[in-house]
Design a protein around this ligand. Structure first.
Ligand SMILES: Nc1nc2c(c(=O)[nH]1)N[C@H]1C(S)=C(S)[C@@H](COP(=O)(O)OP(=O)(O)OC[C@H]3O[C@@H](n4cnc5c(=O)[nH]c(N)nc54)[C@H](O)[C@@H]3O)O[C@H]1N2
Ligand SMILES: Nc1nc2c(c(=O)[nH]1)N[C@H]1C(S)=C(S)[C@@H](COP(=O)(O)OP(=O)(O)OC[C@H]3O[C@@H](n4cnc5c(=O)[nH]c(N)nc54)[C@H](O)[C@@H]3O)O[C@H]1N2
Ligand code: SF4
Ligand SMILES: [Mo]
Length: 712
């Protein structure tokens, strides 16, 4: 083996996109490792990328539906015919003045993604499963501090000083990596003398490593952080220097007035964390050199923005914004624009998000990308006519999977077969979603394509750029979805697609940094400005908010009673507590990504001995005893929308009022998945559109959980 055989690229076995090295032998990938020039680590999913690459399930030719949507019956067609069908439909849609009724549901790897350019040029819009995971966190950071946080990526735990505190409030870094290097960073920080506090209704792998595990009542996080903030201010333990200099005039007084009755005792009644513990954690944080907070699941519920508000307020009063170990505010690196820059449609006016019974309420919010339940609603309303999916699996992945399936099969008016006139799915192997598609486009895998990954706040990339490069030939006629969109752009919006191909497009953007794709290759595929940069607001004359100061009071949400955080539980957990006494906790596993075929059809990851084969239901023995349920017994779990039967696993690791279920199972498409067991949690989560009243409309939808009933 020579050194040259290890080629740098970027993993895509999950959405964290870690920098990796792949070992090539005679044109084949043999082995994968973390890239020491990047963050250095790879996880089990990443290492199993070799099996994905050579899977017999890979799609190799474009397919056209011949049966009904959902039947999964297709015949091969040529790329020319495929492109002609898509071009004709999109031309027709635009001629009807309905370009905005094109939606693309895909994973946005990068703001350089040519798919975004096409959507802006054509006038369609992006709806994505991904950014709503932490969109409430993003919006909260924008509202409070005028800057985006590290989207999808934990705070920079590698910067936590001795004595710093790392709080995971609904975050499962050890069991569900969103960056293969995060667990190592956390353990290293602990070795330096930092403390890990895990707030989670389940005793997770993270909790096992924690200095303190706090088994909170689900969605009690807002109350916990509000109670801590109250105690800190009541005791005068807040960071007076930061508050005096950097919090907008009048906001601190308003906060104090709001907190008057939010004592640790009052908040304890909501979150079920003893008042003494709320005080203890608050005092620990007030006395620590840094506090960082991370959450995903805690901020994916119907009152997500309230938690984001409570969390950012807590960080502000403890002086933990843009400091080592606290909440980083990344530096944005400018790229050169590709002229002419398409303006994008005026979706606010055209009505892209104006759907469902709460139409008027939407105008109040600053949500960046649309919640996924929009799709089913918009199809019913006639607001969605052409849907492209790429790198997502909405037929299985989301609350309302049944509603989505029904909506895409709704018969059309005016002689059209379906109300959704065209559904195109780009995939590497068949999925539940591709079975509903009219056209299935075989994609190149992440080892076969170019991609310039530029999300400046994504610290896997060292706050810069990462290059994904083709290392092996794709099978059959695979074409990268970006190449397809560039070709559509050349056909439909040629003014904006004057460049030759994806590489030339990236080269134009890289010029501003004095870089090119070839140069990036020479540099090992990674570039970064070289520093995280802390306390930038001091030199920049303040924060990115209109007043340049921290905003604790959100006046634009006064009319919907969200100018200050509402400390109550998530609406979905308040509903029907008598009929459905347990709260369902969905959580992830290290072996699988989402509900994706990439990991579910990977024999290394779905192995019954060394991998994960099914999802048992976690029940506390006390709860099981009251229902006469024994370990290993089949039980029925019912919600207001569905019912599933699964095997019970009795464990003290979960609160007695909760039921635990691994998210992401239930796939039956593909040779490994077809043999696998397990059930989709989304059969239980109320369908799209039923729960609009529960959404906070900022994208922190009530989409990951619900109340359930348990029986034998
Ligand atoms: N292996 C793997 N990695 C992944 C993914 C994957 O599917 N598989 N998905 C990626 C994506 S898209 C995302 S968004 C992230 C998600 O990342 P995480 O949110 O970290 O993942 P989960 O395991 O789903 O949930 C984390 C923890 O939240 C707890 N929890 C649930 N409700 C609450 C609550 O109300 N309060 C508190 N304090 N805790 C709660 C759960 O018990 C669980 O242990 O992971 C990413 N990484
Ligand atoms: N109950 C419950 N529901 C949830 C969650 C939860 O915690 N609980 N989590 C939610 C969250 S945070 C998220 S982000 C969503 C995620 O939901 P999605 O974004 O829909 O992600 P996946 O389900 O992982 O589907 C990814 C699909 O992309 C395909 N794919 C992989 N690589 C490629 C490629 O190179 N090219 C193409 N074209 N396709 C590829 C895979 O085969 C797979 O079918 O799920 C949400 N749903
Ligand atoms: S966390 Fe694992 S699967 Fe995800 S990108 Fe990193 S190495 Fe790949
Ligand atoms: Mo996510």
């Amino acid at each position: 083996m020579t050194k040259e055989n290890w080629m740098p690229t970027v993993c895509y076995q999950c959405k964290a996109e870690c920098a990796i090295l792949a070992r090539l032998e005679a044109g084949r990938i043999k082995e994968i490792r973390g890239n020491p020039r990047g963050r250095g680590k790879v996880c089990v999913k990443g290492a199993a990328g070799v099996s994905l690459q050579y899977s017999g399930d890979r799609l190799t030719t474009p397919l056209k539906r011949v049966g009904k949507r959902g039947e999964g019956k297709f015949e091969p067609i040529s790329w020319d015919e495929t492109m002609d069908i898509m071009t004709a439909k999109l031309r027709d849609l635009k001629a009807r003045g309905e370009a905005h009724k094109l939606t693309a549901n895909f994973f946005p790897h990068s703001i350089t993604d040519p798919k975004w350019r096409f959507l802006n040029a054509y006038g369609g819009f992006i709806n994505t499963a991904l950014p709503h995971c932490d969109s409430a966190k993003i919006v909260a950071c924008i509202m409070t501090m005028g800057g985006v946080p590290n989207h999808h990526i934990p705070p920079a735990w590698f910067t936590v000083p001795k004595g710093g505190i790392m709080i995971m409030a609904g975050r499962h870094a050890f069991g569900c990596l969103d960056d293969a290097s995060a667990p190592g960073d956390i353990l290293d920080a602990q070795a330096r003398g930092a403390k890990l506090v895990v707030i989670d209704p389940i005793f997770t792998a993270d909790a096992a490593k924690a200095d303190w595990w706090i088994p909170i009542r689900p969605s009690g996080d807002t109350a916990l952080f509000v109670g801590m903030t109250q105690h800190i201010i009541a005791k005068g333990l807040h960071d007076k220097n930061f508050v005096n200099n950097w919090v907008r005039e009048g906001d601190f007084e308003r906060l104090k007035a709001y907190l008057a009755d939010k004592t640790p005792e009052a908040m304890s009644a909501i979150c079920d964390v003893p008042a003494a513990d709320i005080r203890k954690l608050a005092e620990m944080c007030a006395g620590a050199p840094s506090v960082g907070v991370d959450s995903f699941k805690g901020i994916m519920l119907g009152q997500a923005l309230d938690f984001g508000h409570a969390w950012t307020t807590f960080l502000a009063v403890t002086g933990n914004i843009d400091n080592p170990g606290g909440q980083p505010l990344p530096d944005l690196t400018p790229m050169s624009p590709v002229e002419p820059v398409p303006a994008g449609p005026d979706l606010g006016t055209l009505g892209w998000h104006v759907t469902g019974p709460d139409r008027d309420k939407f105008g109040k919010y600053s949500f960046i990308m649309e919640p996924t339940w929009y799709e089913a609603q918009a199809i019913k309303n006639g607001d969605l006519k052409v849907l492209f999916t790429a790198e997502s699996n909405p037929a299985l992945t989301e609350m309302g999977q049944e509603e989505w399936r029904k909506a895409v099969c709704m018969p059309g008016e005016d002689g059209e077969e379906y109300r959704l006139e065209m559904l195109v799915c780009s995939e590497i192997m068949h999925s539940e979603t591709s079975y509903f598609a009219d056209l299935v486009l075989p994609d190149k895998s992440y080892f076969e394509r170019w991609e310039l990954l530029y999300m400046p706040w994504w610290y896997n990339f060292g706050h810069g750029l990462a290059l994904r490069q083709p290392l092996v030939e794709p099978p059959g006629e695979c074409r990268h979805s970006n190449e397809v969109f560039i070709e559509l752009g050349k056909r439909l919006e040629p003014e904006y697609f004057q460049f030759k191909d994806d590489v030339e497009y990236y080269d134009i953007q890289l010029k501003g940094l004095g870089l090119s794709i070839a140069k990036l290759q020479e540099m090992g595929g990674l570039w970064s400005p070289g520093t995280m940069g802390f306390n930038k607001y001091k030199d920049a004359g303040g924060f990115g908010t209109p007043s340049k100061k921290i905003h604790l009071y959100w006046e634009n949400l006064e009319s919907v009673n969200q100018a200050m955080p509402r400390p109550g539980l998530a609406a979905e957990y308040e509903a029907d507590p008598v009929d459905y006494p347990f709260i369902l906790i969905s959580y992830r596993t290290i072996f699988h990504q989402g509900s994706g075929q990439w990991t579910h059809n990977n024999p290394q990851l779905r192995d019954p001995v060394s991998g994960l084969y099914e999802n048992p239901v976690l029940i506390n023995p006390a709860a099981a005893k009251s229902l006469n349920i024994e370990d290993g017994q089949l039980v029925t779990l019912a919600s207001r929308t569905g019912e599933v039967r699964l095997r019970a696993m009795l464990t003290e690791r979960i609160r007695p009022d909760c039921i635990g279920m691994h998210h992401g199972f239930g796939s039956r498409v593909g040779r490994v998945a077809a043999t696998g067991k397990g059930i989709s949690d989304n059969l239980l989560i109320p369908d799209s559109g039923m729960t609009l009243d529960w959404q906070d409309l900022v994208g922190g939808e009530s989409h990951v959980s619900t109340r359930v009933r348990l029986s034998t």
